[in-house]
Design a binder for this molecule. Structure first.
Ligand code: NAD
Length: 336
């Protein structure tokens, strides 16, 4: 069949490899800034506030963007009267920035420090009452993204490994997405090449600047394809496990990735070689990533509820997802 596709582009400025404080100082001022982060990144957020002046810091961001946390941050944002949101940190901080932008329409600057890729997407996952729901809305895509490699040098090896595999998962699922294009194929393949080469180096030598830069470029491209395509079984599973059981996001992706790649192997093999599941399992082992859902705190008894939730949902996957095969995949991922 002759190729058919629709490709859309979106206005977004990506600055790669420059000092974030210098880039921020060069942006047009919009009154006060509201800077969000997780508690661990409070000092980095305060440093931005100091450098910009006229800024407030809110460092209570949490994983999976709980709506109650967003509402508390929204009160603080309203009180500050800020005209721009700046998020610094991993996907948790960036998720909060997006949730605030959705509710206020304010412009955002995202300064990512992990390989999660959320900064490139118009997608926001929010959690309430044990359920994660997703909003796709251009208002949540940050208008400016600053990738400062120096901020990633302190990302601990264990988080680097899991987060890098999280990025790889975006690129992998983009390769069989129903709305893939020649552009997303190129970006996904380059993301996989960069991340697979860099990850073992950054885990062994966290301060290796060139390897960190390669990994961060891989994360940018993986985030780009995540924002351009519709994800499949892997992301559906990670989403349900995160929302329902509050499992850690990147680590859950890391455990699932070889299993889902094995499940969808026939659609990946032409692009990635004959045994994509086995080669991803090897990469995950080489960077000492978590191997089982059990070690992330999931109980075996929870498998059935996840099977019900995922099998009953509609999502794009190249291979049909039958409950029996899904249960077998989850049992293998649970025991590792
Ligand atoms: P995270 O943001 O929670 O970061 C993990 C931990 O690493 C935190 O404790 C953080 O403080 C610490 N950390 C981050 N960067 C660091 C650095 N450079 N040095 C030292 N410590 C650092 O985790 P994450 O995996 O980046 O993001 C997960 C969240 O992002 C989830 O809520 C997930 O749903 C969301 N996400 C959304 C999208 C999207 O497109 N909507 C895509 C990917 C992830």
């Amino acid at each position: 069949m002759l190729p058919r596709f629709r490709s859309r582009s979106h206005e977004q400025t990506v600055v790669f490899g420059e000092d974030h404080l210098t880039v921020l100082a060069g942006l047009e001022k919009r009154g006060r800034d509201f800077i969000v982060s997780t508690p661990g990144h409070a000092p980095a957020a305060e440093a931005i506030a100091q450098a910009l002046g006229q800024a407030d810091v809110w460092s209570g961001a949490r994983m999976h963007t709980p709506v109650a946390v967003t509402e508390a941050a929204l009160d603080a944002l309203s009180a500050s009267g800020a005209g721009r949101i700046i998020a610094i940190g991993g996907g948790s901080a960036i998720g909060l920035g997006k949730a605030l932008a959705l509710r206020t329409g304010l412009p955002q600057v995202a300064i990512p420090t992990t390989y999660a890729g959320s900064e490139m997407t118009p997608v926001l996952g929010q959690t309430e009452a044990g359920r994660k729901t997703t909003v796709r809305d251009e208002r949540v895509r940050p208008g400016t993204v600053i990738y400062d490699v120096a901020l990633t040098l302190g990302l601990p090896p264990a988080i680097s490994a899991a987060s890098g595999l999280n990025g790889l998962a975006h690129a992998l699922e983009a390769l069989y997405a129903p709305d893939r294009t020649p552009l997303t194929d190129l970006a996904a393949r380059q993301a996989i090449a960069l991340m697979s080469a860099a990850l073992p180096v950054v885990v062994a030598s966290p301060g290796d600047g060139p390897a960190r830069a390669e990994a961060l470029q891989g994360a940018w491209l993986a985030g780009f394809v995540l924002g351009q395509t519709t994800m499949g079984l892997h992301h559906k599973l990670a989403h349900v496990l995160g929302g329902m059981l509050d499992l850690p996001h990147a680590q859950t992706h890391a455990v699932l990735l070889p299993h889902v790649a094995g499940f969808n192997a026939e659609f990946l093999a032409p692009l990635l070689g004959p045994a994509p599941g086995a080669s991803l399992a090897e990469l995950a082992r080489s960077v000492d990533a978590p191997r089982s859902l059990r070690e992330l705190g999931m109980k075996e008894a929870d498998i059935e509820a996840v099977v019900d939730e995922v099998a009953g949902a509609s999502f794009a996957n190249p291979r049909p997802v039958e409950p029996t095969a899904l249960r077998a995949l989850l049992e293998a991922a649970w025991s590792g």
